[in-house]
Design a protein. Structure first.
Length: 322
């Protein structure tokens, strides 16, 4: 979440006229995150988050709204879109598609403890169970073909060592699709569940936010994204007790298959590759904005190199040779 488009008080008053939320009291931009413009909006009846979608068109947005509404209906704590007076979820602000969602209680944690990770593991498992009855689907917008395209776009920005690593890993992941990943359970996943996209009230998850990379993909990919962020500290050291707590809670609600255990080292690499590539693009081709935050891509390069040598085990053990 960032601020690329400046929203005025008049913009918000015009928008809020289409919702039954009372009168505008206060608003301010949110600087965390990367892709969309976000504001906290307070009215006389509640507190909301306004998102302006900077890189999405109206064709894909109903999928995200329906998914968030579906998960809320199944008791998964998360961002819930607010319906307009006409029943729709989407509006327009400054020529951008926009949505209001309920502002959740709690805050993200920068250094999660085992109890945070255990709570998250239970919520993610329930989310993976709830999507079984979700009838909509959407491909991963940052799949391996997108990564290969990003590699081409970055061709004159990378040194030889970096380019070689990208090429080698893309080739490896292509091989895995028809071999290592064949038959893995698939459904709609969050695909971007970093620490700043989960809120806690005390040590329990109060909400999962920012579903705008949700897509149909391997359930195991969701776990790999989470492991790469939650189970490593900011210095890049693996914290096995965090991942053990997550998996203990997750496995009680959804047991993983033998194929998922076998594919885990490769999937950790796939998740590291995806975010390394996207952050390389954001770094070398930044979007213009009033308040933006560009993440350093190098931690994911280091993580990918580490996973290629020895990856943490799915059950939370120290390491398994890739």
């Amino acid at each position: 979440m960032s601020v690329y488009t400046r929203v005025t008080e008049d913009d918000l008053r015009h928008l809020l006229a289409d919702y039954s939320v009372g009168e505008l009291e206060d608003f301010r931009g949110i600087s965390a995150g990367i892709t969309n413009t976000n504001y906290f909006v307070d009215t006389t009846t509640g507190r909301w988050v306004l998102t302006l979608f900077e890189q999405m068109d109206n064709g894909s947005l109903p999928f995200f709204m329906q998914l968030m509404d579906h998960l809320a209906g199944h008791g998964v704590p998360g961002a819930h879109p607010l319906a307009r007076n006409d029943g729709g979820f989407l509006s327009e602000v400054r020529d951008r598609p926009a949505a209001l969602v309920y502002r959740l209680a709690g805050a993200s944690v920068t250094e999660p403890q085992s109890r945070h990770c255990g709570s998250l593991g239970g919520v993610v498992a329930e989310m993976h169970r709830a999507v079984r009855s979700f009838g909509e689907s959407q491909r991963n917008p940052r799949d391996l073909e997108w990564i290969a395209g990003a590699r081409d776009r970055l061709s004159d920005r990378l040194d030889a060592d970096t380019a070689t690593l990208l090429d080698d890993e893309i080739a490896y992941q292509r091989e895995c699709i028809d071999t290592v990943y064949a038959g893995l359970p698939e459904a709609v996943i969050h695909a971007d569940m970093f620490r700043d996209n989960v809120l806690f009230d005390d040590e329990r998850v109060s909400g999962v936010i920012d579903f705008y990379y949700a897509c149909h993909d391997y359930l195991l990919f969701d776990l790999a994204v989470i492991c790469n962020d939650w189970a490593f500290n900011d210095a890049g050291a693996y914290m096995p007790e965090r991942w053990q707590a997550f998996m203990n809670a997750y496995d009680r609600r959804r047991a993983l298959t033998d194929a998922e255990h076998a594919a885990w080292p490769a999937m950790l690499r796939a998740a590291a590759l995806r975010f390394w590539a996207s952050r390389l693009i954001d770094y070398h081709f930044p979007m213009d904005g009033d308040v933006t935050h560009i993440h350093d891509p190098s931690p994911f390069e280091r993580l990918l190199r580490a996973h290629r040598d020895a990856a943490p085990a799915l059950d939370g053990g120290i390491a398994a040779r890739s």
